[in-house]
Design a protein around this ligand. Structure first.
Ligand SMILES: N[C@@H](CCC(=O)N[C@@H](CS)C(=O)NCC(=O)O)C(=O)O
Length: 226
């Protein structure tokens, strides 16, 4: 049994884990953390994830319980626990891990900073907005080239696609708003978004937060068995 800590809106990083839980059907209890109130910085939560951010899990099936933060580490752990979505064959496994951590180390931070400087920052810093947007475009170019040769991020549908979709989909929409004449620039990426989000588990985790939460089994109370 797992305890799963996320935000009520799921958010880009929470959605990755929600997709994996929906894909595998692992039994879990969802706990919503109020990050507006700063609950993620409280001692009870940093005892689970020292970095004070969601998502996080506690896996009670391991002796003494495993407390784990970082979406990439959680996806790998759940893949190893279930034997699903992370191939055992060494080359396919390494490629899957590469694209998973490319998301965590590149796509997440770059899109996060672009969004922050373009929409949230109190001071307008054109250099920062341009720098992060350029990097987002470069990441899209990279992923689109990769998808020209294969259907999914790695050899087969995997945790890499689960990590990427919750960021690539809104990122694509954001870039299209910023540069509407670039509609044909990333055709493989567009095809991949459609294929991945058509999976029922992905559709569930990606759909409007409260509705999805209720249907996955989140929702009625702050802690609920799924
Ligand atoms: N590298 C982390 C990033 C997690 C993260 O940034 N989570 C955000 C929500 S999507 C958060 O908890 N923000 C609250 C805060 O920064 O205090 C991961 O991949 O899990």
């Amino acid at each position: 049994m797992l305890d799963y800590y996320t935000v009520r809106s799921l958010g880009g990083n929470g959605r990755k884990v929600s997709i994996m839980l929906a894909e595998t059907g692992l039994e879990h209890v969802v706990h919503f953390v109020d990050i507006e109130k700063g609950e993620q910085k409280e001692d009870w939560f940093t005892a689970i994830n020292p970095n004070g951010r969601i998502p996080a899990i506690v896996d009670h099936d391991l002796p003494g319980g495993l407390r784990l933060g970082e979406s990439g580490a959680i996806l790998v752990h759940l893949a190893e626990k279930t034997g699903r979505f992370l191939p055992a064959e060494p080359k396919a496994r390494a490629q899957t891990l590469m694209w998973t951590f490319w998301q965590v180390g590149g796509v997440g931070p770059m899109f996060g900073q672009w969004s922050y400087f373009a929409r949230t920052a109190a001071e307008r810093v054109p250099f920062a907005i341009q720098r992060y947007r350029d990097e987002c475009e470069r990441l899209f170019d990279t992923f689109d080239r990769n998808l020209a040769a294969q259907e999914y991020a790695a050899d087969e549908y995997s945790i890499a696609d689960m990590a990427l979709l919750p960021w690539m989909k809104p990122g694509y929409a954001g870039l299209m708003r910023a540069m509407p004449d670039a509609r044909d620039r990333w055709p493989n990426l567009r095809r991949w978004i459609a294929a991945v989000e058509a999976r029922p588990a992905v559709a569930l985790a990606m759909s409007c937060a409260e509705g999805a939460a209720a249907r996955i089994g989140h929702g009625a109370s702050s802690a609920e068995r799924v």
